[in-house]
Design a binder for this molecule. Structure first.
Ligand SMILES: [Zn+2]
Length: 303
């Protein structure tokens, strides 16, 4: 039985503050997070499936937020439906979000907005906040880290495993995987052999030199493995110089990669940078090129 009420959510309404208060009021939530029950507990009177064109989710409410109805497009996959309910609940609880006269109508693009950088209109910023709220509530950091504690070295299959445990999409899980991981991990989304987007913890994982629309680097195992949906490659050495921006004067970190092929021309690539040699063992007289260092590493690991 849930007991949280909107009275418990008084005060600041940032996504983090709201989710922390919900979790504090519901300390014994089990996975997957019962997002629809939480929404109903917080005065969402109904969750209605509709035949919708052009939007994925919506919220009907009034300016005083006395109650709300969430709309979800009929036929959404369960994980997307859960994310959408979380997103609309976020708009409902963040009172500074102002919908149009008919409430909020959120598109697939809105549901993916996750960057706070650049010029954002207030409406775009609200979409980012609604997504942050939904992600945090569906994948609470404490519960995520507790589940991750059972894994040893990073493997791309763990993303699928975590997506199942939390009942979120693989992409949402990939993003959280990279941002909460204690190691420098990046997750690259590939479509038809081209780089779509990357999720990384910007304080841990170095900046990539590959950007949206560029082909996946020629040296990647992506090109050597059989592209069969569901197939996962081994974790292998990657060519750091093909993936990462060079930071002049500093050696490139060693980089490993692992690919998981998916349906519809998609693939996910996990990149794992080993940063430890950067600061402690940096030797300014070491003028080996990145290629030579890679060769050294490969020959060491082949011994
Ligand atoms: Zn929205």
């Amino acid at each position: 039985m849930l007991s949280v009420t909107r009275m418990d959510l008084d005060g600041p309404t940032s996504p983090t503050a709201l989710v922390m208060k919900i979790l504090k009021s519901e300390p014994s939530l089990t996975l997957p997070i019962p997002i629809e029950a939480i929404a109903r507990q917080l005065d969402i009177t109904d969750i209605v499936e509709i035949e919708a064109e052009g939007f994925v989710g919506g919220l009907i409410t009034d300016t005083s937020r006395s109650a709300g109805s969430i709309l979800v497009r009929r036929g959404l996959m369960e994980e997307r439906r859960r994310f959408t309910v979380g997103h609309e609940l976020g708009h409902f609880l963040m009172r500074h979000h102002k919908g149009a006269a008919e409430g909020f109508r959120c598109t697939a693009v809105d549901m993916r907005r996750n960057q706070r950088v650049g010029e954002l209109t207030p409406a775009m910023r609200w979409e980012v906040e609604a997504n942050e709220f939904s992600s945090l509530l569906l994948m609470p950091p404490q519960l995520w880290r507790r589940e991750m504690a059972g894994f040893r070295r990073p493997e791309i299959g763990q993303v699928t495993e975590m997506a199942q445990r939390f009942a979120v999409s693989k992409e949402a899980a990939a993003r959280t995987f990279a941002s909460y991981h204690e190691l420098p991990i990046a997750m690259v989304v590939v479509k038809d052999g081209k780089f779509e987007r990357v999720y990384r913890n910007i304080s841990k994982f170095p900046k990539l030199c590959v950007t949206h629309g560029m082909p996946i680097p020629v040296g990647s195992v992506f090109h050597r493995a059989k592209n069969i949906s569901g197939k996962v490659t081994d974790l292998v050495e990657a060519r750091a110089e093909e993936w990462l921006e060079s930071d002049w004067g500093k050696p490139m970190p060693a980089l490993s990669e692992q690919v998981q092929f998916q349906a519809g021309g998609y693939a996910l690539i996990m990149l794992w940078a080993e940063m430890e040699e950067q600061d402690d063992e940096y030797d300014p007289d070491d003028d080996r090129t990145a290629k030579q260092r890679l060769a050294d590493r490969v020959s060491r690991s082949n011994r």
